[in-house]
Ligand binder design. Structure first.
Ligand SMILES: NC(=O)c1ccc[n+]([C@@H]2O[C@H](COP(=O)([O-])OP(=O)(O)OC[C@H]3O[C@@H](n4cnc5c(N)ncnc54)[C@H](OP(=O)(O)O)[C@@H]3O)[C@@H](O)[C@H]2O)c1
Length: 252
């Protein structure tokens, strides 16, 4: 799929990897980018909302009524970037109740599914288009110290594979991005070297242009995939050991 002259919608477009997607889309010649954020009036938007091709849109991805209202009010979306994500920083057993895990599933799985369902019809009408799911290395190996985050990203990865099959006949590409450790607010508790958000956005747009179903966006994601292939039992033990570490580090 060619990015030039397309209209894209990016969730969580106000900061981090989402903001990098907005910028990368503009640089690649997108006609319009709906930069969705929970609060378009927030003082700390990381995007240049002065660009006339950027339209700030208020959207909480857990709000089904708002998603459907948005899809009813615009009809030109061709590229959907399911980027918004939530990491509660708890574990499955130590969380005091189910609210953190439910919020992770709501944001990271049900949100992208609701958006895909709402926008797929107009993507079909607009020539097919593409859906990009910003996932995680935690979607290919369970990471115990990430609580419900890892299961939510596993579910979203499976969703992406199913949607790819379900939407093939209407010509909609679906891409799962396996993302390592990136220098954003979400990974602010992680020490060591991290990728730039721009690297992830660039890899994501490359996946769209070349129609690559699943892409490891950075060297950290590649290393996780390689360790899984080499010795999955050793990798599971190493990841379990992270539960007892005081500092989480990329080790680089
Ligand atoms: N950073 C990493 O190391 C890393 C690694 C693997 C995967 N990822 C994935 O990359 C994606 C982007 O995260 P990031 O690293 O850029 O972290 P971030 O800087 O914390 O950004 C997260 C974004 O998601 C938005 N968001 C959270 N809940 C939302 C909701 N209910 N509705 C709408 N927007 C919501 C946030 O909005 P607010 O600003 O309003 O909170 C923010 O725009 C996520 O899917 C994350 O899981 C990140």
């Amino acid at each position: 799929m060619n990015i030039e002259n397309t209209t894209a919608l990016v969730t969580g477009g106000n900061r981090g990897i989402g903001a990098a997607f907005v910028l990368a889309l503009l640089e690649a010649g997108a006609k319009k980018v709906y930069a969705c954020c929970r609060d378009p009036n927030a003082p700390d938007l990381e995007i240049d909302s002065d660009d006339e091709r950027v339209e700030l849109v208020a959207l909480d991805v857990t709000d089904e009524a708002r998603i459907n209202e948005l899809a009813a009010n615009i009809d030109d979306v061709q590229l959907l970037v399911n980027n918004a994500g939530y990491f509660a920083g708890t574990t499955l057993m130590t969380a005091p109740d189910m609210s953190a895990v439910r919020r992770e599933m709501d944001t990271n799985f049900f949100g992208p599914l609701m958006l895909s369902r709402a926008f797929a019809p107009q993507m079909a009408a607009n020539g097919g288009g593409a859906i990009v799911n910003v996932l995680s290395a935690a979607a290919i190996v369970p990471i115990p110290n990430m609580g419900g985050y890892s299961p939510s990203k596993f579910a979203a990865r499976a969703m992406g594979v199913s949607l790819r099959a379900e939407l093939a006949d209407q010509g909609t590409q679906v891409h799962n991005l396996i993302v390592g450790s990136v220098d954003t607010r979400m990974a602010s508790h992680v020490a060591g070297a991290k990728e730039t958000p721009a690297t992830i956005a660039k890899a994501g747009l490359r996946a769209v242009k070349k129609n690559l179903p699943e892409v490891d966006t950075d060297s950290f994601a590649v290393a996780v995939r390689a360790a899984q292939a080499r010795d999955p039992a050793l990798q599971e033990r190493q990841l379990a050991a992270m539960l007892k570490m005081e500092t989480i580090s990329t080790g680089r």
